[in-house]
Ligand binder design. Structure first.
Ligand code: NAI
Length: 628
């Protein structure tokens, strides 16, 4: 068999960036910085596109850079963090094939060598330019004798290497293609993880969105089974850009669609999708799932999951993840703010001022310090509110239907009644289960102290609104903050109708307790991370529908992931097959719910194809996959 050689470009291939652009960001300052940086980028692009000669582009850029030797360590440090993700995760490739890998670049050894040698690439396999410094340490130019500083340099360099075997070139620029065009390489792989250039794509033998794809095509992947760029992700409903970034960085093929999709459209589009991201407007129905044969996971970039047929997902072996506490802090901050505003009577004071009334007095204005805050529902939000309120000097009491650990100095109440009788301020943070409808009605308001402040930022149906209204009118409640309502407008165009409109010292907000920029970013981070964790390790922590399993990190083993209908005897069948093949089990984890069983088996490295086929064909198997 012919020896294989791999010629790899550096800028925008090995690293995500063009190093000279980064050097400019470090070396340039003052008023002309932005302009010079843009000029450098433009010249780089012109050169990469083959529109000006390479030598010319290099000279112009070096001149604009005004860089010095002392800037190089910072450049190397920044580039180290900018190595392409797929290069980072396939480090093993570089060490295994170090004798066959060459870096050929029109960049500079001064920053390339320190980066690539950390990946096991041999120093004498790095071919690139070298800077020339003047006596003050300024970069004055480059070694013009080096063929890589002139046009067609990569071709000339490769000729001198005289490689005897098949040569594969991986790069993002036209000069990389030129090696193939000159007849010196068997194949040119256009690397598009960081940039895509039309004239390069047109000429490529293969377009490789990541190194995973290259290794997969050439049957060289040691660490991964399936290139991540072949995993299609569809993000609907304007999911925050941070989610796109994370999933893209992971190497997935991510497509974004700004609006939601109706059932018919989604039935069609879902066919080749492995990960679906939605918000509240897209319904993932049983019919959609019938068409979703490649679907592994659904990410709900919101809190609620009513729009998803969770059971149908389960039967199909599709794990669903949401973001249950990404906006917890936002709700808590609003609650704190409202408590202070209401106890100072600010809604009315502010209204009067707008009407031209100056009413300076301390009457009925209080501090929150030392007041008793009663929290109903001590979950994610209730507990967080407990901590913050206490740090502001409040005396916290809470009531929950299940046993909950008291945080800080909070006091648990044995009953709702106990809490209602004690509290000066009452804040509701229960969940929206059916049984919680109107849990605060006549009887509960009657039990409260006179002059209490009342907050509901949980769910609209938990409070009887008419009774709340009459209690505000008769002065039992002296201030209320209400963010959620039994009936809420479906869009911003609809009028908000409520018995609570126009009441004194009442803050009404349009269900925005959790609506902050930070919460959006948190959601966009949380959901993709759970999905990636599930795909990479099998862990189902925080899945809404799957049995939750937190798994150890896989080391030197294969992990077999078997999802099946929950029937007796399946674990035994799996283990019988493993025993028959003399496979050593290094760890096994099982969790079931009413519908499915989820079995993870870690085995040592050796296994056979037949084993996989047999495990897949166990009756009642829904999905099976192997992690390497
Ligand atoms: P969670 O599920 O972590 O906590 C709810 C707690 O309430 C649980 O500990 C549960 O045992 C308890 N509980 C349920 N029924 C109860 C009852 N009748 N009496 C006493 N305790 C009861 O939920 P999390 O994340 O703290 O959210 C709380 C509420 O806030 C939910 O209804 C949620 O929908 C709502 N929410 C509102 C937002 C807004 O924009 N206003 C944003 C985020 C959440």
């Amino acid at each position: 068999m012919q020896q294989k050689y791999f010629v790899i470009d550096f800028d925008s291939t090995f690293t995500q960036v063009e190093a000279l652009d980064v050097l400019g960001e470090i070396s340039l300052d003052g008023g002309e910085r932005e302009e010079a940086l843009q000029q450098i980028k433009d010249i780089t692009d012109l050169g990469m596109a083959g529109k000006i000669s390479f030598r010319e582009s290099l000279e112009k850029r070096i001149d604009l850079l005004k860089a010095e030797k002392k800037h190089l360590p910072e450049l190397v440090a920044q580039l180290r963090n900018k190595v392409s993700s797929s290069f980072r995760r396939n480090k093993e490739f570089f060490t295994t094939y170090k004798d066959q890998i060459f870096i050929i670049s029109n960049g500079f050894k001064d920053f390339i060598t320190p980066i690539v040698t950390e990946y096991g690439i041999k120093e004498d396999h790095v071919f690139a330019n070298t800077f020339i410094f003047d006596e003050t340490g300024k970069i004055a130019g480059f070694d013009k004798e080096n063929v890589l500083s002139s046009n067609n340099g990569k071709v000339e360099m490769l000729k001198t290497l005289n490689l005897d075997g098949d040569v594969y070139v991986i790069g993002d620029g036209y000069t990389d293609y030129e090696i193939k065009a000159a007849g010196l390489a068997n194949k040119f792989y256009a690397f598009t993880e960081n940039v895509e250039r039309d004239n390069v794509l047109e000429n490529a033998d293969h377009i490789t969105p990541s190194l995973d794809e290259f290794l997969y095509l050439n049957k060289m992947n040691t660490a991964i089974s399936y290139p991540k760029n072949r995993i299609n992700v569809l993000l609907l409903e304007n999911v925050h850009a941070e989610a796109f970034k994370l999933l893209k960085e992971e190497g997935y093929n991510v497509e974004v669609h700004p609006a939601g999709m109706d059932e018919a459209e989604l039935c069609e589009r879902i066919k080749d999708v492995s990960i679906l991201g939605i918000r509240s407007k897209t319904n993932v129905t049983a019919k959609v799932l019938e068409n979703a044969n490649r679907l592994i996971a659904v990410g709900a970039f919101c809190i609620g999951t009513n729009q998803i047929d969770l059971d149908a997902c389960l039967r199909k072996g599709v794990a669903v993840f949401n973001a249950p506490f990404s906006n917890t802090r936002s709700v808590v901050e609003l609650a704190i703010a409202e408590i202070i505003m209401l106890i100072r009577n600010l809604p009315d004071k502010s209204k009067s001022m707008h009407e031209g009334k100056w009413d300076k007095s301390a009457k009925n204005s209080f501090e929150i310090r030392g007041k008793k805050l009663g929290i109903i529902g001590y979950g994610n939000i209730g507990t967080q509110l407990s901590v913050l309120a206490e740090s502001m000097g409040m005396d916290v009491y809470y009531y929950d239907i299940i046993e909950k650990l008291a945080l800080g100095n909070a006091t648990k109440c044995k009953s709702l009644e106990e809490l209602l009788e004690k509290a000066d301020i009452i804040s509701l943070h229960v969940d929206g289960r059916k049984q919680n409808t109107n849990i605060i009605g006549h009887h509960q308001f009657d039990m409260m102290k006179k002059g209490v402040i009342f907050l509901n930022l949980s769910r609209g149906q938990v409070v009887d609104i008419e009774v709340l209204k009459s209690n505000i009118e008769k002065g039992k409640i002296i201030g209320a903050g209400i963010d959620v309502f039994p009936e809420e407008p479906k869009s911003n165009d609809e009028e908000f109708l409520s018995a609570l409109r126009g009441l004194p010292n009442v803050i009404l907000t349009p269900h925005i307790g959790g609506s902050t920029e930070e919460a959006q970013v948190n959601i966009a981070n949380f959901v993709p991370n759970r999905i990636m964790e599930y795909i990479n390790t099998g862990s189902t922590t925080n899945s809404v529908n799957f049995p939750n399993l937190q798994l150890p990190i896989l080391e030197n083993a294969h992990r077999l992931i078997h999802i099946h209908h929950n029937m007796p005897g399946i674990l035994a069948k799996i283990n019988n097959i493993l025993a028959k093949h003399n496979i050593n089990i290094s760890g096994q984890y099982l969790k079931t719910n009413e519908t499915i069983g989820y079995v993870i088996t870690d085995i040592d490295k050796k296994y056979f194809k037949e084993l996989i086929t047999e495990l897949k064909s166990i009756e009642h198997t829904i999905k099976f996959r192997v992690l390497y």
